[in-house]
Design a protein around this ligand. Structure first.
Ligand SMILES: [Zn+2]
Length: 349
């Protein structure tokens, strides 16, 4: 028996380690296509001239040269809560569904989508516009990195890095200037806000952007939730769980990592089937979120603002730089955009 154990145990250990390594390699090398892929998605659709390709994108109501600063997301949310309640409505709510690292060129995929949050908003009277990251519009030299933390921070504070001081990832932000998650609750505009993500750089590490804010909210009794899941399906679960509550959060800010992960893993852009697949997954998740909102028993008496946007695009396997692929982004809303915010880029201090 002892002799058998002497042989068996090393064999089992080798099999276990081999299995773990093999499984890891297999998982990382195997392409997991989205079940939402459409006919033709495997074809190479990437434009040879990206700048020129932006001239022919569907549904966008401005040109990329007239793109709104991404800080317009802040203005749209503020304007929504400041505007009077429409007749028959008793409560205002807003949600931002963020697709991290999503090139605007993905709009070419809308026409063939099986399940698309953007199409849902647009077919129900919504609007879509070009926006830009980087502090100033292309081709002027960018004043802010087209990186994750600066981008979302500009939307949450309505300011660029010269004011919010977030120049890159891994920089804890001062509590001031306050994000909408804090300010809307503290000034009594809403009862509670929530921030749902899977990226640990938002508020889960000591050097994360909103780690100090999360501590501030807890210590000062601000009714703001900061919840991180390990992966996007977990983020979706957290959002849907909130939305299914009778008294759900009034302002929800969320980011999905599908497109950013695919871009860093194997390349940003429509030339990469994995990137297309990731966009399809983000869009299907967004559609589930919108469906859950419209299924709320109190939906008819609620005035919702639903925004879909991105923090930056990407080029090759990265972003952060000045290229038009990284700079030009988009904002989609269930409500009007261009009549609400000033189309002239401005730097609010
Ligand atoms: Zn990002």
């Amino acid at each position: 028996m002892k002799k058998a154990a002497k042989i068996l145990i090393p064999v089992l250990v080798v099999l276990l380690i081999g299995g773990l390594i093999g499984g890891y390699v297999w998982y990382n090398l195997t392409y997991h296509p989205s079940k939402w892929l459409a006919e033709g998605d495997d074809a190479v659709l990437a434009a040879e001239d990206y700048q020129q390709s932006l001239e022919t994108l569907p549904v966008l109501e401005n040109t990329w040269q007239e793109a709104l600063p991404q800080t317009a997301v802040y203005d749209l949310i503020k304007a929504h809560f400041a505007s009077p309640l429409p007749e028959g409505k008793t409560e205002k709510k807003a949600i931002v569904i963020g697709y991290d690292g999503c090139q605007v060129d993905t709009f070419r995929l809308l026409a063939t989508a099986k399940k698309s949050a953007i199409n849902m908003l647009l077919s129900d009277g919504g609007h879509a516009v070009f926006s830009f990251a980087g502090g100033v519009n292309f081709p002027a030299e960018n004043t802010q990195a087209t990186s994750t933390a600066p981008g979302w921070c500009s939307m949450l504070t309505g300011a660029w890095a010269d004011v919010h001081h977030i120049n890159n990832n891994g920089q804890p932000k001062e509590v001031e200037p306050k994000t909408l998650l804090l300010s809307l609750v503290e000034d009594g505009t809403v009862d509670k806000s929530a921030f749902y993500v899977s990226w640990d750089g938002h508020f889960s590490k000591k050097d994360a952007t909103y780690y100090p804010e999360k501590v501030y909210a807890r210590e000062n009794g601000v009714n703001a939730t900061y919840r991180r899941a390990l992966f996007d399906p977990g983020t979706k679960f957290n959002i849907l769980s909130d939305l299914r509550k009778k008294d759900c959060s009034d302002f929800i800010f969320s980011t999905l990592e599908y497109t950013d992960h695919a871009g860093h893993g194997s390349g940003f852009g429509l030339g990469n089937p994995k990137y297309i697949s990731a966009f399809r997954d983000a869009e299907a998740t967004g559609a589930d979120i919108i469906e859950t909102i419209t299924e709320r028993p109190t939906y008819d008496s609620e005035d919702w603002l639903i925004l879909i946007t991105t923090d930056h695009g990407g080029i090759g396997g990265s972003h952060g730089g000045p290229s038009i692929e990284e700079r030009i982004t988009f904002i989609v809303s269930n409500k009007d955009i261009l009549t609400v915010v000033n189309p002239q880029p401005e730097n609010k201090a």
